[in-house]
Design a protein around this ligand. Structure first.
Ligand SMILES: NC(=O)c1ccc[n+]([C@@H]2O[C@H](COP(=O)([O-])OP(=O)(O)OC[C@H]3O[C@@H](n4cnc5c(N)ncnc54)[C@H](OP(=O)(O)O)[C@@H]3O)[C@@H](O)[C@H]2O)c1
Length: 187
């Protein structure tokens, strides 16, 4: 029943280019060969910001080719935005705006025994961290640098608040790092 920020990042800490491209990521490996299948099987609710959502809905054709669906998740998904955005037909999408705390309670109730996945971006994950609601950060660090882009986690989180729990190499292109976020421990 954890709240986890699970994402891929470049070595220099960006999860997308400035133009929201993820092309750099796709050459790094196959999702099915990663921890993703096991991870998503235990997710009961998702949260994402509007750029992440807009990336998904503008790449519908690729998703249909890859996962045979225009929307890749069966779990309820909260999309944070201050704007009116189109929904995806047949998907359980709930638009949210403002403080993450009350939304987290709704997500907790929907997720039951399963985990909450903060998909991104980095500042949204930071908002859950600021509210003391983040339990883990799980990052697949790709063997690439981007120089600039959308930040992984634009917050100051020091040891001992952040504790490295495991390291797993995935071929020559990725390494997965799992961090526990110790709630209530000041950095
Ligand atoms: N590498 C990976 O595995 C990975 C994982 C996830 C995402 N990504 C990519 O990384 C990029 C992330 O983009 P991003 O950094 O711009 O972050 P984002 O979280 O996807 O979007 C940020 C936007 O969400 C809205 N928002 C955030 N918090 C809010 C709140 N509390 N209430 C209301 N609205 C809120 C705001 O936009 P508005 O109010 O204007 O709507 C904000 O500008 C995307 O391109 C995404 O595809 C990559």
């Amino acid at each position: 029943m954890k709240t986890q920020y699970y994402t891929a990042t470049s070595l220099d800490g960006f999860i997308a280019t400035e133009e929201d491209s993820l092309e750099w990521l796709f050459s790094l490996g196959d999702l099915d060969q990663s921890s993703y299948p096991e991870f998503i099987a235990n997710v009961g609710a998702l949260a994402m910001g509007s750029s992440t959502y807009e990336w998904i809905i503008t790449h519908e054709d690729e998703l249909i080719a890859e996962v045979d669906a225009a929307w890749p998740y069966t779990q309820p998904t909260w999309v944070f935005t201050t704007r009116e955005l189109p929904a995806v037909e047949g998907a359980d999408i709930r638009f949210a705006n403002g403080e993450v705390g009350p939304i987290h309670e709704e997500m907790r109730a929907a997720a039951g025994e399963k985990s909450i996945w903060i998909v991104g971006g980095g500042d949204l994950a930071g908002q859950f961290y600021d509210a003391g609601l983040l339990d883990e950060i799980i990052v697949q660090v790709g063997s690439v640098t981007l120089g600039k882009g959308k930040p992984l986690f634009p917050r100051r989180a020091l040891s001992p608040a952040l504790r490295l729990k495991s390291v797993e190499q995935m071929g020559e292109s990725m390494v997965e790092l799992r961090y526990e976020v110790r709630r209530g421990v000041s950095a």
